[in-house]
Structures are given as structure tokens and as C-alpha cells.
Design a protein around this ligand. Structure first.
Ligand code: GLY
Length: 310
């Protein structure tokens, strides 16, 4: 049986990895471990990123959250998108998976479902997040005048500067099963109603014990365009390593931008194969770091950058 392992996006993913590894050490299933890890990041409002309460809102100043999760053993999955006032969207996605015949619930209806399931309505803003939005708004408004609404406009957003982005957590448990969770508030200052890759199974996340687990972070429009996480899982199913598969996804994203005559967007991928092999890659200037936990050790690694000429 493989050694348990968890990988997660960005330096704040270390918190997710720590929590998930403790759960895996106790023999918990990969999906439970990944969810516990992702929820720890949702809970930490001091992390100035785009996950959970306290993170950067949309252009109207409203914080809406997206999340999904997938069980590699059964391909069971659930998701919520554009949900307000619910602190734990990944846990809500799990209820969609377990309590409904559906995969994805959105907006107000997702909130009603949350209330039915006993989730409390909570205030998603912190003093810091309100101040940050007020400080940033005039400048963003000027930029918006030039480039209003397109996905290509979104690709101008520097995810490091404005938006430290999604946490995606992938775990492999003691029994050799894979589980994954992805949770985010999406791109900072998005248009109200905009949903990125994170709650879209196959885009922000895909997990299959028979192929591997993959997740994404970065400009969601670009990740959706190439079905990034399913693409990586299918590459692993076809025999590519987790690393090769992530690099191929970056190349495909670069090529997709080239076909539209725009500069490649900042996207990043990570992958975990069923034997514990890890991969990660990002497009130019995405500067993607990810956390890897194996045994007692948790490391922060820099992903390989794949430029448009690669
Ligand atoms: N990758 C997060 C988003 O684009 O919403």
C-alpha cells in the first residue's frame, strides 16, 4: 500500500497539508482528510488570499464562494458556486454529493440548501477585507474602464499581486484511495455572478483512483477552456507521470491563448498519481509554490514554469 501523502496549492496550502496528514495518519479516508485540510484554510481569515471568509470580494464588494470535492474510489462528487454567507462551502459541496442526486448547486438556491442542512448564515467580511476592498476599489474601477468584462481582461489580473487564489488539496490514503477538494472565492473583483474553474468538476478538480488526482489554481476562465484537471487525469491514465501531465496542461493552456492571439494567462496545476507520484507546473510568471506532505515531512516546492515557447 502507498505511503499517505497530501499536496496543496500555494504556501498557505501548508496548513491544509498539516491538517490532512494528521487525519491520514489516523487512518481517515483521503476525501475526509482533504476536506479537513481545505476547511482549515477556509477557517483562517488571517490568510490574505482568496479562500473563505475575509478574502477578496467581487466588484460590488460581495464575497461569493465556490467549492467542489471528488472521491477517487467512486467518482462521487459535489459542488457549490456563487454561494454567500456560508463559511464552509467545501463541506456544503459534500452535502450536495451525499444528500442530493445532483452535482452542482448555485447562488441563492445553494444557500437555501445550506440552511436546510443546518449550516448557519454568517457575516463573511472582516475589518481588514472591508478596508482592502475600499482601498482597492478606485484603482480597480479605473482599470475596469479600460478592460471591462472579458475573460481575457481577467487574464491581466496578476494572481500573485491581487489574488493568492484557490486552495486545492489532493490526498492519498493508507488504503490507496484518492480524494480531492477545491475551494475559493475566485478572482478578486470578479463580475457579480462570475464562476471560475474551482467548482467545475474536470476543470478545477478531477479525482479517479484509476488515473490520478489533479487540481488547478489561477485564472479560472483559462482552466475551464482546456478542462485542465480532467485533461491531466486522462494523461496519467494514458501513462504519463504526474509531472509530465501537469506540464502538458500548461502547454495546452499556452496554446489555447495563442489561438486567440492573447498572452498566456497565469494558471497552475498539481497532480498526484495513485502510487504517490507528484507533479506541478505553471505558466509563465505564475510563480506557483505548492506544499507536499509525506510521513512527518512537509515541504514547500516551486513548480516548474512552462513558457509559451516550451
Ligand atoms: N481559480 C479560481 C478562479 O478562477 O475562480
Amino acid at each position: 500500500m502507498p505511503e499517505p501523502i497530501t499536496i496543496a496549492t500555494w504556501p498557505f496550502g501548508k496548513l491544509a497539508v498539516e491538517v490532512a496528514m494528521k487525519a491520514l495518519a489516523k487512518g481517515e479516508p483521503a476525501l475526509d482528510a482533504a476536506l479537513a485540510g481545505a476547511q482549515a484554510v477556509e477557517d483562517d481569515t488571517t490568510i490574505r488570499n482568496s479562500v473563505g471568509f475575509g478574502s477578496l470580494p467581487d466588484r460590488l464588494g460581495r464575497l461569493t464562494l465556490d467549492a467542489c470535492l471528488m472521491d477517487g474510489r467512486t467518482l462521487s462528487c459535489g459542488a457549490v458556486a456563487c454561494v454567500e454567507h456560508i463559511k464552509h462551502p467545501a463541506a456544503l459541496a459534500r452535502r450536495v454529493m451525499e444528500k442530493t442526486p445532483h452535482v452542482l448547486l448555485v447562488g441563492e438556491a445553494a444557500k437555501w440548501f445550506a440552511l436546510q442542512q443546518g449550516f448557519p448564515l454568517e457575516v463573511p467580511y472582516t475589518a481588514e477585507s472591508i478596508k482592502e476592498w475600499l482601498d482597492a476599489h478606485p484603482e480597480r474601477k479605473k482599470k475596469d474602464d479600460k478592460k471591462p468584462t472579458s475573460a481575457d481582461g481577467a487574464s491581466d489580473i496578476n494572481i500573485n499581486e491581487f489574488n493568492h487564489d484557490t486552495v486545492t488539496v489532493l490526498s492519498l490514503d493508507k488504503k490507496g484511495h484518492l480524494g480531492g477538494v477545491c475551494t475559493t472565492s475566485g478572482l478578486a473583483y470578479k463580475l457579480p455572478g462570475r464562476v471560475g474553474d474551482s467548482p467545475i468538476i474536470g476543470a478545477g478538480l478531477y479525482v479517479d483512483d484509476l488515473a490520478g488526482a489533479a487540481g488547478a489554481t489561477g485564472v479560472g476562465e483559462e482552466i475551464i477552456r482546456i478542462g485542465g484537471s480532467l485533461f491531466i487525469a486522462e494523461q496519467m491514465r494514458a501513462g504519463k507521470s504526474a509531472q509530465e501531465a501537469c506540464e502538458l496542461a500548461c502547454k495546452r493552456s499556452n496554446a489555447a491563448a495563442g489561438r486567440r492571439g492573447v498572452h498566456p494567462a497565469r494558471v497552475a496545476f498539481l497532480a498526484l498519481d495513485p502510487k504517490g507520484g507528484v507533479g506541478a507546473a505553471c505558466t509563465e510568471k505564475a510563480d506557483f509554490k505548492y506544499a507536499v506532505g509525506r510521513g512527518d515531512k512537509i515541504e514547500l516546492l516551486q513548480a516548474k514554469e512552462i513558457g509559451p515557447k516550451a
